[in-house]
Design a protein around this ligand. Sequence first.
Ligand SMILES: [Zn+2]
Ligand SMILES: [Zn+2]
Length: 917
Amino acid sequence: MEKESLLSLFSSNPDKYYKVSLFDEKGFKRQNCRLCGKFFWSINYKESCPEHENYSFIDDPPTSKRLDFVNTWKELSSFFRKNDHELIQRYPVVCRWREDLYFTIASIVDFQRLMNGKIVFEIPKNPLIVPQMCLRFNDIENVGLTGRHYTSFCMIGQTCNADAPGGYWKDRCIELDHAFLKNVLGIQSEEITFVEDVWMGAGAFGNSLEYYVRGLELGNAVFTEFEGDQSNYRTLDSRIIDMGAGLERLSWITMGTPTSYDTTFGPVINKLKNMINIDIDLNSELLSQYFRIFAEKYSKYENDIKLLKINISKELGVSYETLEKTILPYETLSVIADHTRTLLFAISDGSLPSNVGGGYNLRIILRRTLALLARFGWNVNLEDIIDLHIEQLKSMYPELKEHSNDVRTIIQIESGRYGSSKERMYSIAKSMLSSKKSPSVEHLIKMYESDGITPDFLLENGVIENIPPDFYLKLAELHTSHEPKQAAVVETVTGVRPTKLLYYENASIREFDARILKILNGKYLVLDQTAFYPRGGGQEPDFGYIEGVKITDVVKQNDIVIHKLENESKDSFSEDKIVHGIVDNSRRVAITKNHSATHILNSSARNILGSWVWQNSAFKEENYARLDITHHSALTREEIRHIENTANDVVQRNLPILINVFERSDAENRYSFRIYQGGAVPSNNVRIVNIDGWDIEACGGTHVNKTGEIGLIKILKSERIQDGVVRLEFVAGTNAVRYVQSQDSQLLHIAQSLGSSKEKVVESFDKTSGDNELMKRKFRTLVNKFSDSMATIVSQKATTLRSGLKFFITYDDEIGDDYYIALGEKTIDNDPFLVYVALIQDQERIKVIAFVGIESRKIIKASRIAKEVSLKLGGTGGGGTDKFAQGGGTDKSKVQECLKNFENLLTSILDSSEKND
Ligand SMILES: [Zn+2]
Ligand SMILES: [Zn+2]
């Protein structure tokens, strides 16, 4: 369905769709834009719609009040509260309740839930107002430049269900928005223009009125009214008012500053200016004029900002360089303020900068900020800028303070990582500089993806002259949304009623009778009810028997459970027959314990590590379980032990595990979005698993009744499996006891082979390794004693090449390199013309050591020899000094060739170095 044709459908009947009572009351008349053809409503006659207007409010705000960011919110919230709106807290910027989004991108997203690909609305209060922070990464490169683009912004949501108690429809919505602009901000009705538009998404659509003042769009009131498509649609049971207004813009129009950053980040930028000790007059005439013209011409020059700047400089009668000198630091301060505010909200709400998922864009803006600070030589910590935001926003978002320590930790770790990867980045930048080729956008993206090099860094180092305008857009596009998860499907089952889930009604049922509703391919059974738990939520399915035939898999397709038989068995099964099922009890119990342990470990990890820990994924089998959590670094042994102790403490406290089903909005209200550890729940009812306040999650799996039943939780292994994700492998219950027992018998085995006991094994081990050390020392003494005579023999056996140079090469696969290093040293002391090389087999590698005597060193160096020999052995090179060097390779098949051709190799090295001399 095309937006254009929808718009013409609505516009063909403006009285029905667009005209609201306010228009008649105040004398707003419908007009047609001469330039773009859009329809709009204003009191005075206008030739064109406000999209073609200049920002004439800059330096000349049309309001009676001057309100900064926070005070604009105060005025607005008190106005709507007086008009019977409930004020609700912002939702997290990390959108846990929608699988298709990483971040909350609009206020209405708060109230949208996806069910079977369709959006349903859940509006907790009616009507309501919410100051929703939204994150969007499709305009990164415009931030700072245009005066109005952000990576995060506050969208005021004025939302209601028109058909529920307290709700209202178009007339009241526009009446309120107009009253706020006029009575609170003091904007005359003649200044306000309403433009006709449409909105559509996820099967629903409606018309909308965007309102503008002096060329600036302040808000958009969307009336979501229909579902279906243009030719066949019907009115929704619940029509939704979704008015969204940017708080940054509302504040800006009252101040008339050159950009909206001045009002949004005023206190932050001012303090930041002091911290880095630069002087920019935010209200300078040049800045105002510049941004006014910029706004006017931006759309024409979107793809060539530099040309736009050159043209503006001509218009202002200053040189481009003078203009850039004023504008650039100002733009940069705005970018830094924007990016740090976005990081603050995202990390506070539990997201981590990384190379995957939503964390990707966070790392981009974090690294971009660090690169900008470095480029301008501004010595300031990101954490300190973050604190400035917390201070500014404390009355509006007091929760930011709560997580400020966690945010600091993450920012410090990330900054440190960037710092330590810089050296490599410099060397890549250097080689690019020397190649003098300018990289394409694709190349730049590849460099960021593989080496974390931002174009700002390349700009800072003179590798590129400007950042391609579409770089950040293309990069963000690669990482904007999730692919919705798809369950594996055997075959689509239709015409069968939902399976009754006995494992939910009573988790202890292991035997049951059921009627066969359908048999698929002779191998898959659908029953009217089942006690078999199907694979889901990372929990593996139950096994067991139906009529004595083994069940090897159980899956769920929407509401229907499908049982897989081990063998096709036509005789015992026919549709409508009653069958007897038995669930394998020990498997169910083991999985249930592992599953319950996952909840406990997840909360333990969060308690020990920090608020950024979320379940990334989990897997629960009979003998094994793993939990992947979001965390920035690999775990230390100490941390692992701490998590394990905390988890076992919860086991010992024998806490009750309570399971209740709540209406989704009720569950979210009671327990917050923390419940969505395993992802969003596509259902109106949410099954909440509550380990007595220790851990509360929405979960459909099987759980023990009390934590004590788990018995023991043992972490087997922890590993950082990808950037930002750490895996914990563990077992619980009997499996954990068995694991400890097997460790114990391994220990016994070691003790016995050391001729010791378990209790004394450490002592015995220390003694044995001490014995080893002693052996080594004795061996070295022995080598020293014999090496004098060995050295003489080597010298005699050596081949003379030229200029007195002699060489000797040997290969050994028995004695270690200690011996050859000692001997090599001796031989060149003994014979200053000798080149001594040993190839030593060391497990999968061939080690190369090379010594060159003091006389021969004048014409050949040990480091060069080690390098060339290593290359022949398939290695990457060697290193060392003129006298002694080492290297190696893994290609054992080349050893004989190396020995045979060593003379040629030496000759060619000598030839090439003579040429260079
Ligand atoms: Zn127009
Ligand atoms: Zn669970």
